[in-house]
Design a protein. Structure first.
Length: 68
């Protein structure tokens, strides 16, 4: 199994698909659009946190750099 966060990203102004792609293309962070789980997933991303704390910190730093 794995561990996931499903944060609401509506405050970013991006759709789930657009933000997932932007994070991958511009920050090198892979997340899954909430719409992969159906239409009600719009406005959310699925983020796995089954990784080392160092990797998670780096991913959050990159996400913050992109959105900050």
């Amino acid at each position: 199994g794995a561990f996931y966060a499903f944060p609401n990203i509506t405050g970013t102004g991006y759709s789930s698909n657009d933000l997932a792609r932007k994070l991958l293309d511009e920050a090198g962070v892979a997340v899954l659009s909430g719409t992969a789980f159906g239409a009600h997933g719009e406005g959310y991303l699925r983020i796995s946190y089954a990784a080392s704390q160092d990797s998670l910190r780096e991913a959050l730093r990159r996400i913050g750099g992109l959105l900050g």
